[in-house]
Design a binder for this molecule. Structure first.
Ligand code: MG
Length: 376
């Protein structure tokens, strides 16, 4: 049976790699919906190639004979079997909620939605029977390690590459450039997630994501720095057994698994791992002093309520300001910390409270950066 997919965020890094996988398996996967934001020329090419029934595009886009809908309408459409959510940032939240409320199978590449509104999304998924399949490499690794196990794990260990500044001193960190931050040692990804990998905020967001996806308390989720990015994460069981998933770093593998599950499909375009050539795998503890975003994220996750939404949104705005050369690299962590400290949380937040917290955090970070600039 051909699975009918909607790819929301089809022109981004994950979106285009998802279409690569779909191209490989024309008798198993088909595209019924595409949604994109800015890159309308690439979207036009994708429409010409895949001929989707449903399209979501900005108003400026003049589309051929396809149905023009919002991403939410595509996410809930009865013709769609699997919704791939590759929209970056907080913007994905409404699409994720729509897909979950419609009881869909969701291949989730977006972190921010689950981090910001994990409790709400998981409760809604339990109500509707929606399933969330992780696309993030670490969570896909954990999911793969848990396949076939009936006993819950005792510990999850997320691996982190440590980013390009793993060995930098605090003084060196204060003066790194955008170009330095975008030079990731092992993964090729979008700008936001690459900067988040350099600050380790990405790993902090992934801890919160893992907490929601696998329903484990924060005390049972750890991070280990693994510069080679070959072991994508590990799971420990009560008998002391540790299971890991290994492969060359390549996002197409977790994308494909999220689409092929519970099967695995032969794909020789995915690189094989040569253990002898790899030679060694190193592991070290994360340095919380030089990379404060990790501890900020764990704290926000444990505090719950609207704190994770603030963490995410403040991080998003701070990275925008860094990429616009308005603040320095180490200011990203300070901006997030400032927002978390100033935040007044809502108890038992609804989606509207989460959105309000997101809006507030972005404003706050923007205002603080503006004030600090006026001192010079
Ligand atoms: Mg990841």
């Amino acid at each position: 049976m051909v699975k009918r997919l909607a790819v929301l965020g089809s022109t981004g890094s994950i979106g285009t790699q998802t279409l690569d996988i779909i191209r490989k398996f024309p008798d198993r996967l088909s595209v019924v919906g595409l949604a994109a934001g800015r890159n309308t020329s690439l979207l036009a090419q994708q429409i010409a190639e895949f001929g989707p029934l449903l399209v979501s595009a900005p108003d400026s886009f003049t589309s051929p004979s396809t149905q023009r809908l919002s991403p939410e309408e595509i996410a809930t459409h009865p013709e769609v079997d699997i919704v791939v959510i590759a929209i970056p940032g907080e913007a994905a939240l409404t699409s994720v909620m729509a897909a979950v409320s419609a009881g869909k199978v969701i291949a989730l590449a977006n972190k921010e939605s689950l981090v910001s509104a994990g409790d709400i999304i998981i409760a809604e998924a339990e109500r509707t029977g929606a399933t969330i399949r992780p696309v993030d490499s670490e969570h896909s690794a954990i999911w793969q390690c848990l396949a076939g196990e009936s006993t819950p794990p005792t510990r999850l260990i997320l691996t982190a590459s440590g980013g390009p500044f793993r060995t930098f001193s605090p003084a060196e960190l204060a003066t790194v450039s955008i170009e330095d931050a975008l030079r990731h040692p092992s993964w090729s990804m979008g700008h936001k997630v690459t900067v988040d990998s350099a600050t380790l905020l990405n790993k902090g967001l992934e801890i919160i994501e893992a907490h929601h996806l696998f329903r484990l308390p924060f005390e049972k989720i750890e991070v280990v720095v693994h510069p080679q990015s070959i072991v994508h994460s590990l799971v420990e069981f009560g008998d002391g057994s540790l299971k890991a998933q290994l492969s060359q770093p390549n996002m197409r593998l977790p994308i494909q698994y999220a689409l092929s599950y519970p099967e695995r499909w032969d794909n020789l375009a995915l690189p094989r791992l040569d253990l002898v050539k790899t030679g060694r795998l190193d592991f070290e503890p994360p340095d919380h002093t030089r990379f404060p975003c990790l501890a900020l994220a764990i704290e926000a996750g444990k505090s719950g309520s609207t704190y994770p939404a603030v963490l995410c949104a403040a991080g998003e705005r701070a990275v925008e300001l860094f990429l616009a050369r308005e603040i320095g690299f180490t200011d990203i962590a300070s901006a997030i910390e400032g927002a978390l400290m100033a935040h007044k949380p809502t108890t038992h937040p609804l989606i509207t409270d989460v959105m309000a917290a997101v809006h507030w955090a972005k404003e706050t970070v923007g205002e603080t950066a503006k004030k600090e600039r006026s001192y010079y």
